[in-house]
Write a protein that binds this ligand. Structure first.
Ligand code: TYM
Length: 331
């Protein structure tokens, strides 16, 4: 059976981008057709300036939202990364396989390091080594497929490179994984700045739809989305990025094709209105389930505890094999 692994980082409130680019597919497709693990990757949230209480709160909220989005603990494994030591254990070995140059070429590292420096902060070493920990997340489970949005492609490529290199040097140990992306909405853009990704760690609230935004807030954000100077509704990501983003969001919500949808609209106003309503409808059941789960935090904790136990058992044989293959004495 295909093994699937993916993760979400508790660095901010989860967004429509996270949902359409990743989470929705995990719940609707991946957990039904594969042996799947989904992880709140909390160690990754420590790579930039962080508030411990906020990381704890956001980790709990992310786990609750994963379940609210439809992940079923009977069908897949949901857990928190720091509860399973194998991730950090394997990460160190992979650091001994990765190179400094490889790390410095990562686009997200360059962008985030520049942002930290602009803010006058220092760049944590873990920000540089982050993609290696992500490779460990993936490789520890013998993962075949990693369902992610577009922005994670380079990181998954690195995981592949490290798996191949390790296998060549030390003998076959890891499955070589591949990224999978949704057909539409693999990169949902910021509604106020369609040249930038809708990112949960960004500061610009009005352009970001959060999964827990009230319907009125969602409507306001979508209706105020920056569109382009033309008037007719055409699907052109280069020339009309604002409109293309709305068409993709609407298409993803309704399971349609953005190009086909563009023909159905004569004005930006009508497109915005339908997009806003489609987003509200997609979020409604997730929010309702989230409210129920919040009333029973012990249930979420129990799921995470059982998930970590299962994940540990799945990861340990591969990580132990890697320790032996690289030349360490068995304990
Ligand atoms: P993170 O937490 O930034 O995002 C979680 C998932 O949501 C997708 N995503 C988007 N998709 C479409 N449009 C957007 N605007 C958008 N924003 C986010 C991301 O592509 C991702 O699939 N490094 C990862 C977390 C991670 C991971 C892993 C993922 C750590 N270890 C192992 C897969 C496997 C990250 O920062 O995702």
């Amino acid at each position: 059976m295909t093994r699937v692994f993916s993760g979400i980082k508790p660095t901010g409130h989860l967004t429509l981008g996270n949902y359409l680019g990743a989470m929705r597919r995990w719940a609707e497709v991946d957990q039904h057709r594969s042996e799947a693990l989904f992880c709140v990757v909390d160690l990754h949230a420590l790579t930039v300036d962080h508030d411990p209480a906020r990381v704890r709160r956001l980790s709990r909220q992310a786990a609750t939202l994963l379940l609210a989005s439809g992940l079923d603990p009977e069908r897949c494994t949901v857990f928190v990364q720091s509860h399973v030591d194998e991730h950090a254990r394997l990460s160190y070995l992979l650091e001994c396989v990765a190179t400094d140059g490889e790390m410095r070429r990562m686009i997200q590292y360059k962008e985030k390091a520049a942002r930290e420096q602009r803010r006058g902060g220092s760049v944590r070493l873990s920000l540089l080594t982050y993609p290696v920990l992500m490779a460990a997340d993936i490789l520890a489970y013998g993962t075949d497929e990693v369902p992610v949005g577009d922005d994670q492609t380079q990181h998954v490529e690195l995981s592949r490179d490290l798996a191949v290199r390790f296998n060549q040097r030390y003998g076959h140990t890891f499955v070589v994984p591949r990224a999978t992306h949704p057909k539409v909405a693999a990169r949902v853009m910021n509604l106020q700045d369609p040249a930038s990704k809708m990112g949960k760690s960004d500061d610009s609230g009005p352009g970001i739809v959060y999964l827990l935004d009230e319907p009125e807030v969602v409507r306001k954000k979508v209706m105020r989305a920056v569109t382009d100077s033309g008037r007719d509704v055409v699907y052109d990501r280069q020339e009309r990025p604002g409109v293309a983003n709305l068409l993709e969001i609407l298409a993803a919500c309704e399971g349609k094709d953005p190009e086909d949808l563009s023909g159905a609209y004569a004005s930006y106003g009508a497109l915005k209105k339908d997009t806003a309503e489609a987003v509200v409808e997609v979020l409604r059941p997730v929010q309702a389930r989230h409210r129920e789960l919040c009333a029973d935090p012990a249930q979420v904790e129990a799921v995470l505890r059982a998930g970590a136990e299962k994940a540990r058992e799945m990861a340990r044989p591969t990580v132990d094999a890697a320790y032996r293959a690289i030349g360490l004495l068995p304990a």
